[in-house]
Design a protein around this ligand. Structure first.
Ligand code: SF4
Ligand code: ZN
Length: 343
């Protein structure tokens, strides 16, 4: 006998919600998913009427669902937002060039303006060229640091008040684990925040409307809505550390689906005891971007690339940073250390 939808009780259920285990028909699932995102937005007061909001769009499932749902809720509930898509082209042949084609189609499908900023134009380096120099072990460090700044620069060009990103509940829970495993207390404290306030000049506030949406539900939503998204993994994606955190979380989820929400909840309620040393936020002497050191991570990484010393920004080399930046010569041993690359 067909199972009936536990919400409307008259249509046939086509799926079991990963988050609640309710059997639902397609329409009731769409409604439940969209309403939860709406509740998240309202409860956290993520937007104000009249704001210009940039949606960070990669062409992947999360950001495609985010763009679709943001447009829909903006119309359904009269948020009064001016939405636009913002993409970063990291310069990864065979991956980002293809996914950007998806974003360009999304731009037409959703009738939203699109701005693409590229690493090549901002930094003079594509990820393809960076990987040639730094190898496949630390490439995601370069990419992550550059992306954060690239999104801010793009947001400033678009004159948006806020950026929203497609981070989902699984991403947030994974990040909680990673920060615990690394002992990164400063990041642990802020990684469950649903939005950031402007941390300074050149930094645009960000928010995560899908913070409580399970990845499995995002996939189901995109699938049943037949959304046009790109699902290939980055060709330079080793990121083994996050991979372990992800596998661990997926194992926990298969035993107890609420694990994802429970980890987020734990992260949200942690507090840091008084007296724990935290980095002091200042600005980069070179580019003016926020930084807890004299130079921001992006400028250090770039300096390393331009000098053929790729390890300069990897690990703790603050003494050597200062030496290089004040134009003091390096010893042969120091030079060798900063040149070595793990492929
Ligand atoms: Fe960049 Fe690494 Fe992500 Fe690829 S996997 S897009 S290199 S951060
Ligand atoms: Zn800088």
């Amino acid at each position: 006998m067909p199972v009936l939808c536990s919400s409307c009780s008259h249509k046939r259920a086509v799926l079991k919600r990963p988050k609640t285990a309710h059997s639902l028909c397609k329409e009731c699932f769409f409604w439940a998913f969209e309403e939860e995102v709406h509740q998240t937005i309202v409860a956290a007061k993520l937007f104000k009427q009249g704001e210009r909001v940039g949606i960070a769009a990669s062409g992947g499932k999360d950001s495609t669902v985010l763009a679709h749902v943001m447009k829909l809720l903006n119309e359904r509930y009269n948020y009064g937002l001016e939405l636009m898509l913002l993409s970063v082209d990291e310069g990864i042949t065979g991956y980002r060039d293809d996914s950007l084609e998806t974003v360009k189609r999304n731009q037409e499908q959703y009738e939203l303006p699109l701005k693409i900023v590229s690493y090549e134009e901002l930094y003079g380096w594509t990820m393809d060229a960076i990987v040639k120099q730094v190898g496949l072990k630390n490439n995601c460090t370069f990419c992550g640091v550059f992306r954060r700044q690239a999104l801010d620069r793009g947001a400033i060009m678009l004159k948006v008040d806020k950026i929203c990103t497609g981070h989902n509940a699984d991403d947030v829970a994974e990040t909680v684990f990673m920060n615990i495993l690394r002992g990164d207390i400063a990041r642990l404290r802020r990684c469950t925040d649903i939005s950031t306030t402007s941390e300074g000049e050149g930094v645009v506030p960000r928010c995560k409307p899908l913070k409580y949406a399970y990845e499995k539900e995002i996939v189901l939503y995109a699938y049943f809505k037949k959304l046009d998204y790109f699902s290939t993994e980055c060709i330079y994606s080793p990121n083994a550390y996050r991979g372990h955190a992800r596998t661990f979380l997926k194992d926990l989820e298969s035993v107890r689906p609420s694990s994802i929400m429970d980890v987020i909840h734990s992260g949200e309620n942690l507090s840091v005891r008084e007296g724990v040393k935290m980095p002091v936020q200042g600005t980069c002497d070179r580019c003016g971007y926020i930084s807890s050191q004299a130079l921001c991570k992006s400028c250090v990484l770039l300096e390393g690339l331009n000098r053929g010393l790729p390890r300069l920004g990897i690990g703790k080399h603050h003494r050597l940073h200062n030496k290089i930046l004040s134009q003091q010569p390096l010893t042969e041993k120091e030079e060798k250390k900063l040149k070595s690359v793990d492929f």
